[in-house]
Design a protein around this ligand. Structure first.
Ligand code: ATP
Length: 201
């Protein structure tokens, strides 16, 4: 039987409660059987001066998702040489899971940029797209993007997930200032960050 597999990529620098929140909601709302959380090697679309080592980001993803059934953290992009592109990842996953439906999970900020990613037509042929809100109310830009993708026959959704205003940038900034980050990342992730002195801790 064909399964529904979520593919959730990101820098996860570090993984935070916003990521975990949307992950759980995506699983429930889209009826996902499995999700692959895939930390990226070099984010092609954004500069990352304070990117923690891939090994640490991978480990934090495992700690943060250990109690969510069906979630696996993959090092397939971290092990790649050169830039890591989602199109390459999806082609690889399509070979690995030929009978299953892949659903690419992302925040609305990313959803609005997919047409500018590396080989978007590959993305669209390999996977459906699902987005989570990253603002309190849905902007016109996002609605237009949903409409435009659907007009082109790309199966895409915006899931009604309550917005949790957390970002990795905010957490890195708070760490540098020595401010409290409890409540923004899972306790095991905070402990790991402190142990490894990540982000100036
Ligand atoms: P940074 O602040 O470093 O840009 P980030 O918090 O956006 O990082 P990423 O690892 O880049 O984290 O995000 C991975 C994916 O999760 C992206 O698709 C992003 O849109 C989404 N995402 C991150 N935080 C949230 C949030 N609070 N709500 C909804 N989606 C989110």
């Amino acid at each position: 039987m064909s399964r529904r597999i979520g593919v959730y990529g990101g820098s996860f620098n570090p993984i935070h409660n916003g990521h975990i929140h949307i992950l759980r909601q995506f699983i429930a709302q889209l009826g996902l059987d499995q999700v692959l959380v895939i930390p990226d090697r070099t984010p092609p679309h954004k500069p990352a001066p304070d990117l923690a080592p891939g090994e640490d980001r991978f480990h934090m993803c495992r700690l943060a998702t250990a109690d969510i059934p069906g979630v696996m953290v993959s090092d397939m992009e971290l092990n790649r040489t050169g830039k890591s592109y989602t199109a390459d990842t999806l082609l690889e996953l399509k070979k690995q899971y030929p009978a299953d439906r892949l659903i690419l999970l992302m925040g609305e900020d990313m959803f609005c940029t997919v047409d500018h990613w590396y080989h978007p037509e590959v993305l669209f042929s390999c996977a459906a797209l699902a987005a989570a809100p990253r603002e309190e109310s849905m902007s016109e830009e996002i609605q237009n993007q949903l409409y435009s993708l659907q007009q082109r026959g790309v199966e895409s959704y915006i899931c009604p997930i309550p917005f949790l205003p957390v970002s990795s940038t905010q957490i890195r900034d708070l760490c540098r200032e020595g401010a409290d980050i409890s409540g923004l990342v899972p306790p095991a992730v905070e402990a790991y960050m402190r142990e490894k002195h990540l982000y100036g801790l």
